[in-house]
Design a protein around this ligand. Sequence first.
Ligand code: S3P
Length: 434
Amino acid sequence: MNARFDPSGPLRGTTRVPADKSISHRAALIGAMASEPVRIRNYLYAADTRSTLAAVQRLGAIVDDRGDELVVRGCGLRNAIAPTNPIDVGNAGTLMRLLPGWLSFQPGSSFVLDGDASIRRRPIDRIADPLARMGARIDARDGRYPPFTVHGAPLSGIEYELPMASAQVKSCTLLAGLVTDATTVSESVPSRDHTERMLAAAGAPVTREGDPRGGFRTTVGNADELELPLVEVPGDLSSAAFLITAGVLVRDSRLVLERVGVNWTRAGFLRILERMGAIVLSDIEPPGAFGPEEPVADIDVTSAPIEATTVEAEEVPLAIDELPLVALLGCFAEGETVVRGAAELRIKESDRIATVVEGLRGLGADIEALPDGFVVRGTGRLRGGRLDAHGDHRLALLGAVAGLASQTGVEVVGMEAAEVSYPRFARDVAELVA
Ligand code: S3P
């Protein structure tokens, strides 16, 4: 489906963005592992997180949709039922990489996971490595790609240093660690910590040492069972980022996004915007904070001229999904905006360095790819044209925001990809512009 986004009048008013995708996946998964029913308020209804609900149901969990909340009745830690057919993760990389953490300790059972064409291009050796060290076995196509089989086994604890900054790999290892005496994951650069927070809320023994500059060591130990009475999912900062960018770039805009998650391990984009001189106000959690809660705040955006900035490797995991928007902002900023140390972008739903550079260049941007990022020379404007989403939800939404801020509008080829995280984006924008 193609969709046109024409140069927009000011965005004004107050709205709520969709629920957090990362936290919704974790709530459904940890709900499925829990012994008592878990109530989830404000679960994200989008393609990715529907895949997670379908997956946990196939493993034996019961999901009741009560309208105002979901109730997940789990299987308990060790009682997942192996379905006869493959579990379909759809387009959801987070589901594909977190679920094996649980499945790896269902002794005597094997589980096959598969997904769409984009998922089949995304590596899983990064989770197979720690799980194999713990005692599980994973057989993957070409040793690396879906479809793959997780053979459950009794696990032993490990100390694992993350070879790449990845919250998915960290989360998978920590979930598997729930049946070991102690499993420690160290990361030299912090990444989102929703899993460790939710495990702490569910009564698992979780500790974290270190600091945001030197990195963290997170340890989990044996949990007999998980109990998590209620999860309230905040708004998704990664979805909010699209409206925030539109608000910054479209002249005379002023909008407030209510109840967005501002966990500091997710809020890198807000700090980047601050450096660019954007007027975006919110109470971000202080760096280093940790606990069972997920902080929320309203985000208040006023359009303003912006300046270029540089994003280096240590900031990348805290803004990883928002970096395409930094490229778009760079087109309008004064000076040269640079993102480095972000090679992980190449293995997202699309190769986001290639697709962002090709997409924005097609709209008139002065942008160049680096092996691990990009350089954008700001011209203060963007012409417009056509942008292919390449089946990637964040590319489709990037094209839409680019259109609103452009001179001639943007036609997004494959807008349906936005169903993965933000199905009602076009409607939200229309309401804010009206
Ligand atoms: C996610 C972690 C990030 C992010 C993805 C969601 C998560 O991936 O890009 O959209 O929910 O843990 P990596 O951990 O692979 O960097």
